[in-house]
Design a protein around this ligand. Structure first.
Ligand code: ADP
Ligand code: SF4
Length: 692
C-alpha cells in the first residue's frame, strides 16, 4: 500500500506468464557499458534498482550469437557458460531484493560491427545498416535456423542463470525487427514479402524460445510498434504483428523509432515532453489483452497512475528515470515525492554508457559507482571527521552536491556561500536556454534536499576573498568557484586567443554576459563561434535567433554540436537550427575578429570572410582558480577544490566531483580520489573461483 492511496494502483502485483511482478514499476533494458565485461558493476547497478522497489530489473541488450558482436559498443552476451556465470551475479543480486530479473536477448543483424569477432553481420537482405553503414551478409535459411537455435540456447542459459523474464527482442530495428521491416527485408522466399512472411522468423523464434523455457520464464517481446518514419513498420503493421504473435508472448514491451532514430524513443527533454510515445504505444491495447509496458521519461506518480488507470499500459517502464533515481517506487510508496531525483532528460547517461563505456548520470552521481566505489544513492555513512566545520565557496552544481553529501554525512556545520544573489552557479541560467527548462531540476532538487539538512546553511550575495575565508575559521574549505567562458577567444584549435576578440568591446560577447549581464549583441547579424561542440553554441544561436538576429553558427568541429550526437540530440538539433534559419558552417575557424566582420579559414586552409555586427565566443571556459591558489600558496591546510574550478567539464562531471570529495572528506588525502575496484581478468587459472 502507498502512503497516498491515489497511488495504490502502482503497487498492485501483475502476472506475466508463470511469474508475478510485485508491482507495476518495471526497469526496461538499458545500456550501461558493463555487459558481461564488468559483471560486478552490472550486478550492483541493477541490484540498487531492485532495492529501490522496482518490480523487475532487466539487463541491456544481450546478444545470442558471435555474429552479433556489438564491439566497439559494449553489450551483454549470452554465448557461453562464462557469460552465464557473469550474468548470474545479476540475478542473484536482484532476487535478494525481491525483484524479477529480465534478460534482453537480441541479435544485431545488419547493425553489428563485429569488430572483435570479424564475422560478417547476417541480415535479411544485403542492405547496409542505416546506423553503421556496414553491408551485411544476406542470411541463408541455414543462418536463420542457426540463429533461432542460438536464441534457444541463450534462453536456456538465461533460465539456468536465474532470469525470470526472457526477451525475444527485435526493437530498435534489431535483427527480428529488420526481418519485419520492408526497408531491410527484400527477400522473395517465405521470409519476405507479405507481413506474414516478414514476421515469420520472429514468430518462429518466439515459439522456439517459448517451447524451451516458457513454463519457467515469462516471455517478453520488445518491438517498435511504429518506426516513426525510420526503417521498420508503422503502427498498422506494428499492431497487426502484436495480434499475430500474441499467443506466444507474456509481456509486450513497446516503443517507437529505430536504431538511427533512437532519439525518438529515448527522447531528450530538449525536444520531447514526458510521455510523448503514448501517441503510438497507447494504441497497443487495441491489439492485445496481455500486459504491456511502455516508457516516456515518467517521473511523477500522478502521471504513472493516470496511465495505468486508463488501461493503455499495465506497467510503468523506465530506463532514465530509474538511472536518475533508483528509489522512485520506494519514495512514492512512502509519500516522499519531493525526494524523487527526477531525470532531466539530458541523455548524458547514453553518452557515457554507450560511447564512453561506463554509465554515469548528471542527476545521480552514484550511477555506475555502486560497485567500484561502493556509493549507494540513499545511504551515507557518518564521516570520521564529522565534528569539523566545512566552508564551501561557490554554490554551483559541484558546491551544492558536495554540501549535500557532507550534510548527509553528518558534518557539524556546512556553510555553502555564493557571491550571486541565488545559489545554482551555471544551473541558474543554463535552463533558460531554449529547450533546457527541465535541467532546472538539477538546482531545484538539490536546494530542496539541502533545505532538509539542519547542519547546512546557504548564504548568497557574499563574495569571499582569501581574508574572508580565513576569517570564517572553518576546519575544512572547499573551493567550488567554477569557470567562465574566455573573453578572448582562446581555444583548443590554435591554443591561443583570437586577434580582435575582446569581450570588453560591445560587439564581442560571452554566454555569461548575455545570460547574466544583460549584454545584447549590437546590430542584426551575429556570429556564434563554437569550439566546444555541445549545447552552449547551439543554445546561444537559437537564443539570439529568437531575439530576431540573423545568426550563423561557425564551428571548428566536423559538424554542428557533435557531442549532441552522443546524447541523441544531434540530428534533430541540426534540423531544428536549420528550420529556424540559422546558418551553419562546420570545420571552419575565425582568425581575426573586427567591428563589422571577421576573417576565417576552413579546415582545408581556404580563407573566407564574413560580415557581422556581433560575435559570441563559445570557444573554451577558464577555471576561476585564483582564490584556491591564493589559499593553498599561503599554506592553509584542509583546502580542496572541486568542479569547474579544477577544470571546466560537463555538469555531470562537476556534480560527480563534488560528490566524490564529500564521500572521501575523511580519507587520508581527500584531494586525491581513492582507488576504485577495477574489473579485469586475473592471471590465476580460474579468476572466478573466489566468488563462486
Ligand atoms: P561548478 O559547475 O563547478 O559548480 P559554477 O560555475 O556552476 O561551478 O558555479 C560556481 C559558483 O561559484 C557561482 O555561482 C559563483 O557565483 C560562485 N563564486 C565564484 N567565486 C566566488 C567567490 N569568490 N565567493 C563566493 N562565490 C563565488
Ligand atoms: Fe536522466 Fe540525464 Fe541522468 Fe540520463 S544522465 S538519467 S537523461 S538525468
Amino acid at each position: 500500500m502507498a502512503a497516498d492511496p491515489r497511488f495504490d494502483i502502482l503497487f498492485e502485483p501483475v502476472q506475466i506468464g508463470p511469474k508475478t511482478l510485485r508491482n507495476r514499476f518495471y526497469q526496461v533494458p538499458h545500456c550501461t557499458g558493463f555487459g558481461v565485461e564488468k559483471p560486478w558493476s552490472q550486478a550492483a547497478h541493477r541490484a540498487v534498482k531492485a532495492e529501490g522497489g522496482w518490480g523487475a530489473v532487466c539487463t541491456e541488450y544481450c546478444t545470442v550469437s558471435s555474429d552479433a558482436d556489438e564491439t566497439p559498443y559494449i553489450s551483454a552476451r549470452m554465448w557461453d557458460d562464462h557469460d552465464q556465470r557473469h550474468l548470474a551475479f545479476l540475478t542473484e543480486a536482484v532476487h535478494a531484493h525481491g525483484a524479477l530479473a529480465g534478460i534482453e536477448l537480441s541479435h544485431s543483424g545488419a547493425h553489428g560491427e563485429n569488430c572483435e569477432t570479424r564475422q560478417p553481420p547476417p541480415a535479411p537482405s544485403q542492405i547496409a545498416s542505416d546506423f553503421s553503414n556496414i553491408t551485411p551478409k544476406r542470411m541463408e535459411k541455414l543462418d536463420i535456423d542457426r540463429i533461432i537455435s542460438d536464441w534457444v540456447q541463450a534462453a536456456i542459459r538465461s533460465r539456468d542463470a536465474g532470469f525470470d523474464i526472457v526477451y525475444v527482442y527485435g526493437g530498435h530495428s534489431y535483427l527480428l525487427g529488420q526481418m519485419l521491416s520492408p526497408f531491410y527485408n527484400r527477400r522473395t522466399d517465405e521470409y519476405g514479402g507479405s507481413l506474414e512472411n516478414r514476421a515469420r522468423m520472429w514468430i518462429e523464434t518466439l515459439a522456439a524460445v517459448r517451447d524451451a523455457v516458457g513454463s519457467d520464464c515469462a516471455i517478453a517481446c520488445r518491438m517498435a510498434v511504429s518506426a516513426a518514419g525510420g526503417p521498420g513498420v508503422e503502427l498498422d503493421e506494428g499492431l497487426e504483428f502484436v495480434r499475430m504473435a500474441d499467443h506466444l508472448v507474456d509481456l509486450w514491451d513497446v516503443h517507437i523509432g529505430s536504431i538511427l532514430e533512437w532519439s525518438k524513443d529515448s527522447g531528450a527533454s530538449r525536444f520531447f515532453a514526458e510521455g510523448w510515445q503514448l501517441e503510438w504505444t497507447g494504441h497497443v491495447r487495441e491489439a492485445t489483452a496481455r500486459p504491456i509496458v511502455g516508457v516516456g521519461r515518467l517521473t511523477t506518480p500522478e502521471r504513472m497512475a493516470e496511465i495505468v488507470e486508463s488501461g493503455v499500459w499495465d506497467l510503468i517502464g523506465a530506463a532514465r528515470p530509474n538511472i536518475a533515481d533508483p528509489f522512485i517506487p520506494r519514495k512514492i510508496r512512502e509519500g516522499r515525492f519531493a525526494d524523487i531525483r527526477a531525470c532531466i532528460g539530458c541523455n548524458m547517461c547514453i553518452s557515457k554508457g554507450d560511447v564512453r563505456r561506463h554509465i554515469g548520470c548528471t542527476q545521480n552521481a552514484t550511477a555506475g559507482e555502486e560497485h567500484r566505489r561502493g556509493w549507494h544513492p540513499e545511504r551515507f555513512d557518518r564521516a570520521a571527521n564529522a565534528d569539523r566545520e566545512v566552508l564551501i565557496v561557490g554554490a554551483g552544481p559541484a558546491g551544492m552536491e558536495c554540501a549535500l553529501v557532507l550534510g548527509r554525512r553528518g558534518m557539524r556545520r556546512v556553510r555553502l556561500v555564493d557571491a550571486a544573489g541565488e545559489p545554482g552557479g551555471l544551473t541558474r541560467w543554463v535552463p533558460r536556454l531554449p529547450g533546457l527548462a527541465e535541467w532546472d531540476r538539477l538546482r531545484t532538487w538539490r536546494l530542496g534536499q539541502l533545505a532538509q539538512l539542519p547542519n547546512v546553511e546557504i548564504e548568497t550575495g557574499v563574495r569571499m576573498d582569501a581574508a574572508a575565508v580565513r576569517a570564517a575559521g572553518a576546519d575544512l574549505v572547499v573551493i567550488a568557484t567554477g569557470a567562465a567562458w574566455a573573453g578572448d577567444g582562446r581555444n583548443g584549435i590554435t591554443r591561443a586567443a583570437i586577434p580582435g576578440a575582446d569581450a570588453s568591446l560591445p560587439h564581442v560577447l560571452t554566454p555569461e554576459q548575455i545570460m547574466l549581464g544583460g549584454k545584447r549583441p549590437p546590430g542584426s547579424r551575429a556570429i556564434v563561434l563554437d569550439c566546444e561542440g555541445y549545447f552552449m553554441g547551439a543554445g546561444m544561436a537559437e537564443l539570439l535567433r529568437g531575439h530576431g538576429h540573423q545568426v550563423e553558427l561557425v564551428t571548428s568541429c566536423e559538424k554542428i554540436a557533435p557531442l549532441c550526437d552522443e546524447t541523441l540530440e544531434g540530428p534533430i538539433l541540426r534540423r531544428h537550427l536549420h528550420d529556424l534559419g540559422i546558418g551553419m558552417r562546420a570545420e571552419a575557424w575565425l582568425t581575426r575578429i573586427g567591428g563589422g566582420g571577421a576573417d576565417g579559414e576552413t579546415e582545408l586552409g581556404d580563407a573566407f570572410s564574413i560580415e557581422a555586427d556581433a560575435f559570441v565566443l563559445v570557444t573554451q571556459r577558464v577555471s576561476d582558480e585564483a582564490l584556491y591558489l591564493e589559499l593553498v600558496d599561503a599554506g592553509i591546510a584542509g583546502v580542496y577544490r572541486i568542479g569547474d574550478c579544477v577544470a571546466p567539464r560537463l555538469i555531470a562531471d562537476a556534480i560527480w566531483d563534488g560528490h566524490r570529495l564529500g564521500r572521501e572528506i575523511d580519507s587520508p588525502d581527500p584531494a586525491r580520489p581513492l582507488p576504485y575496484l577495477r574489473e579485469r581478468p586475473g592471471l590465476e587459472a580460474d579468476p572466478l573461483a573466489a566468488v563462486r
